[in-house]
Design a protein around this ligand. Structure first.
Ligand code: SAM
Length: 213
């Protein structure tokens, strides 16, 4: 379990969060049974937080960078209106296939499009605006995803970035990924174009919006 708080507290918080529907519980169980690095799946607390952002902002179009098994894509789709859309980007064709199968078994398949390939290539084909951009792919790509997201997000839109605390390793970054995330966080903090807040939810979630909105 990826958590910055003691595991017992994370477990309690998850239990005190709206329960996942059966099809989402199956996605979690199958991911933990069959996938490498299953803890990449964001989980009920972060997924429900994303749903609140969508609900409160009235978002209709969502871009996700990093699909994995389709958990967060389905969580976000569930909070969208019937004509809402999630475009989700996955590099690995086999993982994308797993996500597509999971999504097809759920009730929101019509709202979700999985695009396979390097996210930057996919993003280059997309037109503004997205009301929420969720960045959750390779950490060294974050600066590029951030710049792309700033160009695509609607004036009142939100960019949410996952794993910004990287299990706390950003405090004394020793490896390549920790250094990349710490550098990304500093870059956002120095960026006069945005207002942002770092939440200590799960592995750290940064919420960002344009200052000029
Ligand atoms: C942390 S997981 C995403 C978890 C998912 N958002 C969830 O909460 O269930 C990151 C995913 O990003 C994918 N990925 C890595 N590099 C990528 C890239 N350059 N373009 C698109 N996807 C990428 C990985 O294959 C992996 O499936």
């Amino acid at each position: 379990m990826l958590t910055l708080v003691p595991e017992a507290i994370e477990k309690y918080a998850a239990e005190q969060t709206t329960a996942l529907p059966a099809h989402m519980r199956r996605v979690v169980a199958d991911t933990y049974a069959n996938m490498k690095d299953p803890e990449m799946l964001s989980g009920v607390i972060e997924g429900t937080l994303l749903q609140f952002l969508i609900w409160a902002s009235g978002a209709r179009r969502v871009l996700e960078i990093g699909t994995f098994t389709g958990f967060s894509a389905q969580m976000m789709a569930a909070a969208l209106p019937p004509d809402g859309k999630v475009i989700t980007c996955e590099l690995d064709p086999k993982t994308a296939e797993v996500a597509r199968k999971n999504i097809a078994k759920g009730p929101h398949a019509g709202k979700i499009e999985v695009k396979v390939g390097p996210a930057l290539q996919t993003i280059a084909t997309l037109k503004p605006h997205f009301d929420l951009v969720f960045i959750d792919a390779d950490k060294e790509g974050y600066p590029d995803y951030y710049e792309a997201a700033l160009g695509l997000v609607s004036p009142k839109g939100i960019i949410a970035v996952d794993n910004v605390l990287w299990s706390g390793n950003v405090l004394k970054p020793k490896d390549k990924i920790s250094r990349a995330i710490a550098a990304f966080n500093s870059r956002v903090s120095r960026d006069p174009r945005v207002v942002h807040v770092m939440l200590t939810v799960r592995d750290g979630v940064m919420l960002i919006r344009r200052r000029d909105a």
